[in-house]
Design a protein around this ligand. Structure first.
Ligand code: ADP
Ligand code: MG
Length: 559
């Protein structure tokens, strides 16, 4: 039979899997079970929205079975199955974003760790298996197919017999090596522990034939082995559980399992609301920027469940743009399953949930800033820019929500400070919040315009991001303190000091200034004696709305 080669990208990933030295190979099972669960979700959803199908709860499950003699581990599901074409495209190429993200991140980090912690789906099975066999029958199809691969040299597909719709994946477990034990993946107790650890909240039963040593019937001291099919997972979705029952690891596992990101989230937010609106949600603030975050390809959104059934992967209406980095899910009993995207947009319930979530995220970020500064700064490094865009966009409609979350580098503290911290340190005679724009902290420090403000003992916020000044202009003031650029014409401090002096200098040097103004006529509006310079001979200042830095940005914009 002819072998089809894997696509180049898939091949590279496969090589990494096969040669992985990572100790946490066990996550392959989590990946296979999560795929099985996704497949059942899909058939469940079909049944709920298609009257000709019936979803009989008992006939949907995942089964894990071992055969020690043949060294095989089999994971079967009664999910939606795959057609021949789907076997080709889904298992023959790595098209899903998760794997691509892995690849991108991997270029800068140690690959094995990433594989171990987060997995890359189906292919992770090659960490423990030499041969993978997938037998699948798709819903609505009469024929079944067998896909098989030994990894490196591609895969084969052929017709096969299978009665029921679903998928059956068989792993031929590797032989033990000197420093790797693979036998454990054939051990009942070990598999049970892995399932409990990673897949406890999967909503469908994960069944296994478990052997138990029990007293023989009618005997007191004789024991014998019983085989019994047991459901290993507790099946309660994590979001329905009590917060007190859950550990931080449970949330981290959920994040990894759901493939929300390849990092470890900085914070989780678990919400259970039971009032006029009823919903549960688990939200995460990631630490790292997704590789496509600041590009057009990035799609914001939360997973949307209706009473435990996934109805949408990325419901964008649940998240405002300024919090587009938030990952997670929402489950509400009050949403209809048949709901279409168009209807959803106008759903009152959904709007209320979105509003509620927006508030919650803000307050959680605020308490992170207050109580876990380092974490907040890590978060801000990744997503601060998005918050600033948020302030600026929609004509400042969200500035109230966002202004408390902003941070800028401070000339005094030499670190990021919030606006609230800035004004709480302001001396009584200081009227404005001062800022200076430039390419870098070093550049800003050398700006002649900062001299007078610094000498007065006032703190200056350094704006190095193009968006900074635009965002601040939208705010105009924070807690009634107006923002002022150090390069603006009137700083609000110089007047009292040497007014007389400059007046006489001005008239004494009138000829010189007129001469300079003439030469620079198309470059500057006026040449004057400066009241703010200390050690520098000259500086530029603006008297309009737009500062020099903003002008640069505006000029660089396409017309
Ligand atoms: P991901 O789950 O992130 O999409 P995987 O590598 O785990 O990536 O799986 C690739 C694809 O193969 C899935 O998206 C799905 O379409 C298909 N697939 C994998 N396992 C199953 C299964 N048990 N039943 C149906 N489809 C499956
Ligand atoms: Mg998967």
């Amino acid at each position: 039979m002819e072998k089809t080669q894997f696509k180049a990208e898939s091949k590279r990933l496969l090589d990494m899997m096969i040669n992985s030295i990572y100790s946490q190979k066990e996550i392959f099972l989590r990946e296979l079970i999560s795929n099985a669960s996704d497949a059942i979700d899909k058939i469940y959803y079909e049944a709920l929205t298609d009257d000709s199908l019936r979803f009989d709860q008992d006939s949907y499950f995942i089964k894990v079975a071992t055969d020690k003699e043949n060294r095989t581990l089999k994971i079967s599901d009664t999910g939606i199955g795959m057609t021949k074409e789907e076997l080709e495209t889904n298992l023959g190429t790595i098209a899903n974003s998760g794997s691509l993200a892995f690849k991108t991140e991997n270029e800068s980090k140690d690959g094995h760790d990433i594989i171990g912690q987060f997995g890359v789906g189906f292919y992770s099975s090659f960490m423990v298996a030499d041969v993978l066999t997938v037998i699948s029958k798709a819903l609505g199809s009469d024929s079944a197919y067998k896909w098989e691969s030994t990894g490196a040299d591609g895969y084969t597909i052929e017709p096969y017999e299978k009665d029921v719709v679903g998928t059956e994946i068989t792993l031929k477990i590797k032989e033990n090596t000197e420093d790797e034990n693979y036998d454990e993946y054939l051990e009942e107790y070990r598999l049970k522990a892995i399932i409990k650890k990673y897949s406890d909240f999967i909503r469908y039963p994960i069944k296994m034939d478990v052997t138990e040593n029990r007293p023989k019937e009618g005997s007191e001291d004789e024991y014998e082995d019983f085989q019994e099919e047991q459901t290993i997972n507790s099946m309660v979705p994590i979001w329905r559980k009590n917060k007190s029952e859950l550990t931080p690891e449970d949330y981290d596992n959920f994040y990894a399992e759901k493939r929300y990101g390849f990092d470890k989230p900085i914070k989780h937010i678990h919400i259970n609301v039971d009032g006029a609106i009823r919903y549960s949600a688990i939200l995460f603030i990631p630490e790292n920027i997704p590789f496509d975050y600041y590009s057009k390809e990035y799609e914001k959104g939360l997973e949307l469940y209706s009473n435990g059934v996934l109805i949408m992967d990325k419901c964008s209406d649940l998240l405002p743009d300024h919090f587009s980095f938030v990952k997670g899910m929402v489950d509400s009993e009050d949403l209809s399953l048949n709901i279409s995207r168009e209807i959803l947009q106008h759903d009152r319930q959904l709007k209320l949930i979105a509003k509620n979530i927006n508030k919650k995220i803000k307050s959680e970020l605020q308490s992170l800033l207050k109580d876990e500064r380092e974490k907040y700064e890590a978060f801000y490094k990744s997503f601060g820019r998005q918050l600033k865009y948020g302030v600026y966009s929609e004509f400042g409609a969200h500035k109230e929500v966002l202004q408390d979350l902003l941070m800028f580098y401070s000339s005094k503290e030499k670190k990021l400070v919030s606006l609230d911290e800035y004004i709480s340190r302001m001396p009584e005679d200081q009227t404005y919040i001062y800022y200076a724009s430039g390419e870098s902290h070093e550049r800003i420090e050398k700006l002649p315009q900062t001299e007078l403000v610094s000498e007065k003992g006032y703190e200056i916020l350094y704006f190095t991001d193009e968006i900074d000044e635009f965002a601040i202009r939208m705010l105009m003031a924070y807690k009634e303190k107006e923002f002022k650029s150090v390069s603006s014409g009137d700083l609000g401090i110089e007047a009292e000091e040497n007014q007389n002096n400059t007046d006489s200098e001005e008239s004494e040097n009138k000829d010189l200034f007129d001469y300079m103004k003439n030469i620079l006529s198309d470059k500057v509006k006026d040449v004057r004696v400066s009241k703010r310079l200390k050690s520098h001979p000259v500086c530029l200042s603006t008297d309009g709305e737009v500062t020099i830095e903003m002008e640069k940005v505006l000029n660089a914009m396409p017309d």
